[in-house]
Design a protein around this ligand. Structure first.
Ligand SMILES: Nc1ncnc2c1ncn2[C@@H]1O[C@H](COP(=O)(O)OP(=O)(O)OP(=O)(O)O)[C@@H](O)[C@H]1O
Length: 222
């Protein structure tokens, strides 16, 4: 699903975000990427989204080479990826339904197809009864679940999350991780960047550890 082969990212100011990183992720895997602030977690996610290009090395995602991807190919790449952000970036003047429907409207799907898929995504995050509400009427944990529903509504093969539990208390964070596990069980590859080692340890999943742009660990969280 994902192959990093000696991928390095050097920023124009000379700063090295990642040093020759190599690892593979199989389809259907669940893994964490961890490390201190500045370790390179966000750089890794931005490379996977083709928001940045590697300076050297080869980066493959679902068979596509992201080191040489053209701008015209990027929309097709992004259709295979869902992204969950820490601050979920919901539109507060729209309903929950509209927020989740947005990616499908952009793809130009028919209204009945959108209704079917939004219904399924909201069911997956246990928010079917909140479709007509505004995100502002929901709790923080529920808002994050709307963000997850929006990220999976177009049925991506890969779900990326950047500190998805950063704003949540431990109980809610564990609940959100359960939602990610459910999504993974259905076959979606899940990659979560997080610095919450206590939470990761409870999950017993693969963990890549970055330190100053280098991979210093790859194995089940201890
Ligand atoms: N656009 C940029 N220009 C120059 N340097 C950058 C840029 N983006 C990131 N860096 C540098 O690359 C390194 C890795 O940054 P990155 O944001 O990937 O870390 P991170 O692990 O995601 O940290 P955080 O948890 O704080 O988001 C840092 O030293 C950072 O200063």
């Amino acid at each position: 699903m994902i192959r990093f082969e000696q991928v390095a990212k050097r920023y124009p100011n000379g700063h090295v975000g990642l040093h020759e990183l190599s690892f593979r992720v199989r389809p259907g895997e669940f893994l964490f990427v961890t490390g201190h602030s500045g370790a390179g977690k966000s750089t890794l996610l931005r490379l996977l989204l083709a928001m940045e290009r590697p300076t050297s090395g080869k980066l493959l995602l679902a068979g596509q080479d992201l080191s040489t991807i053209t701008n015209a190919q990027i929309p097709f790449l992004r259709r295979q990826i869902g992204v969950v952000f820490q601050n979920h970036q919901l539109l507060f003047d729209r309903t929950v339904y509209d927020n989740v429907a947005l990616p499908l409207q952009i793809l130009g799907l028919s209204k009945p197809e959108i209704a079917k898929r939004v219904g399924a995504a909201l069911e997956r995050v246990s928010l079917s009864d909140k479709a007509a509400q505004a995100p502002g009427d929901l709790s923080t944990g529920q808002q994050q679940r709307v963000g997850i529903a929006r990220a999976i509504v177009h049925r991506p093969a890969l779900l990326l999350a950047d500190e998805p539990t950063g704003n949540l208390d431990p109980r809610l964070a564990a609940e959100i991780m359960g939602v990610f596990e459910d999504i993974n069980q259905l076959g979606t590859t899940v990659l979560i960047a997080s610095h919450d080692l206590a939470l990761i340890a409870r999950m017993r999943q693969r963990m890549l550890t970055l330190q100053r742009g280098r991979l210093i660990g790859d194995g089940e969280a201890a």
